[in-house]
Design a protein around this ligand. Structure first.
Ligand code: GLU
Length: 419
């Protein structure tokens, strides 16, 4: 049994394995083991009752070899430096696997955002943004939404940065509200990418998408959107969950109705939703359902060595970052369960973030149709490259994805040299 879960150590394990499979020497990739910069900040916030609370915040800039640091900001009570380091490294590999010109970074604040009022959330975000001001910027490091942050939070971040800078600077963050420089299609992009990757893997494995039984862990921006789009593709989404637990319906959930219900009001959860015939299940039970496709789209460390042997799904498409531990992954591989890895499966979000940033830099807007088409082209191409890499070395899609990504970063790094 593994000792305490440390996501950054898991990243290093996978990186070492991919490097070995690529035939790299330690010298070729050792710098990828160390984030280029790790910043920790203390964020004083005046609460609505007049008291001052100080929150801990982080920004880790893992690699800028292929471009500016890129990656979201997470608000969650379990955020710590090791988690943010892992999330930052995953961003470097994710951007490389879809071949967009970014490195990787990630930010986080240790806070239960659901306990804050909107005003407190705004003050927290603005103070965090001003503390990060010296190390972010459209050409330096470009944050975006992640768990418990959204377009509004990005709007506040962008406004604070722009005020300090002295001019409007929309390109400093992506995932903004559309009237202030956000991109069409960005809100749905991660979930759309998960749907596309599910479609591609089903094609390869000759599993018809229509009627396929799906379970989705997480009903937020990623899981909720993926569930909705797969439902529209004709999948039977039998199980869905969020922090309040899960729901199950053998004949398939009405995902459109559920998502309308959840998004109608801040703080609404699945425990508040009801429909005839619905059964309540736990988040763990959701992972163990007898389905064709399982989509973990919540947090890391879900499919562990304890859970993996009991998974019945044929295919796993990782909407979340790091949902499967190294130990869990090995068991899935032994059991012949095909996993589309996070760095590929959830790369739709950062891909449309890239489109948003390009539009901001050019002060130009693209149509949604064009965005969705470009997203599909980039992701299906990446899928094919990962598939081929995995096939060539008779390995998993995760190792295939890491081989593609690490090779791209190491090649760029060698061409640049060390200055
Ligand atoms: N937070 C998202 C991710 O983990 C999006 C990052 C971005 O758009 O920069 O991929």
């Amino acid at each position: 049994m593994s000792s305490k879960y440390n996501p950054y150590e898991e990243v290093l394990e996978v990186l070492d394995r991919a490097a070995k499979m690529l035939g790299l020497e330690e010298n070729d990739y050792v710098q990828l083991k160390y984030p280029e910069r790790e910043m920790k900040v203390s964020i004083p916030v005046e609460m609505d009752d007049g008291s001052i609370k100080v929150f801990e915040g982080y920004r880790v800039q893992h690699s800028s070899v292929r471009g500016p640091y890129k990656g979201g900001i997470r608000y969650h009570q379990n955020v710590d430096m090791d988690e943010v380091k892992a999330l930052a490294a995953w961003m470097s590999f994710k951007c490389a696997v879809v071949d967009i010109p970014y490195g990787g970074g990630k930010g986080g604040v240790t806070v239960d955002a659901t306990k804050l009022s909107i005003k407190e959330l705004e003050r927290l975000t603005r103070k965090y943004a001003s503390l990060l001001y010296p190390i972010v910027g459209p050409e330096i490091d470009i944050p975006a939404p992640d768990v418990n942050t959204n377009a509004q939070v990005m709007g506040w971040f962008m406004d604070t940065y722009s005020t300090l800078r002295g001019h409007l600077s929309p390109g400093v963050v992506t995932g903004k509200p559309i009237p202030i420089g956000g991109s069409l299609g960005r809100g749905e992009a991660t979930g759309r990418g998960v749907m596309l990757m599910t479609r591609e893997i089903c094609k390869k494995l000759h599993l018809p998408l229509k009627g396929a039984k799906v379970a989705v862990q997480g009903a937020g921006n990623v899981g909720g959107t993926a569930a909705k789009l797969l439902y529209r593709e004709g999948c039977k989404v039998v199980a869905l969950s969020d922090v309040s637990g899960g729901i199950y319906l053998e004949e398939g959930l009405n995902v459109e109705e559920i998502m309308d219900f959840l998004t109608a009001q801040r703080g609404r959860l699945l425990k508040d939703y009801d429909a005839p015939g619905l059964t309540r299940i736990s988040n763990e039970e959701l992972l163990l359902q007898d389905v064709d496709i399982l989509i973990p789209a919540a947090l890391e460390n879900q499919i562990t060595e304890e859970i993996a042997p009991r998974i019945k799904a044929k295919i796993i498409v990782e909407g979340a970052n790091g949902p499967t531990t190294v130990g869990g992954d090995k068991i899935l591989e032994d059991n012949g369960i095909v996993v589309v890895p996070d760095i590929l499966a959830n790369s739709g979000g950062v891909t449309v973030s890239y489109f948003e940033w390009v539009q901001n830099l050019q002060s130009f807007r693209w149509e949604e149709e064009e965005i969705n088409e470009r997203l599909e082209n980039i992701m299906t191409k990446a899928f094919d490259e990962v598939w081929s890499a995995a096939e060539k070395t008779a390995t998993t899609l995760r190792m295939g994805a890491y081989m593609v990504a690490v090779d791209r970063i190491v090649t760029a790094s060698k061409m640049r040299g060390i200055s």
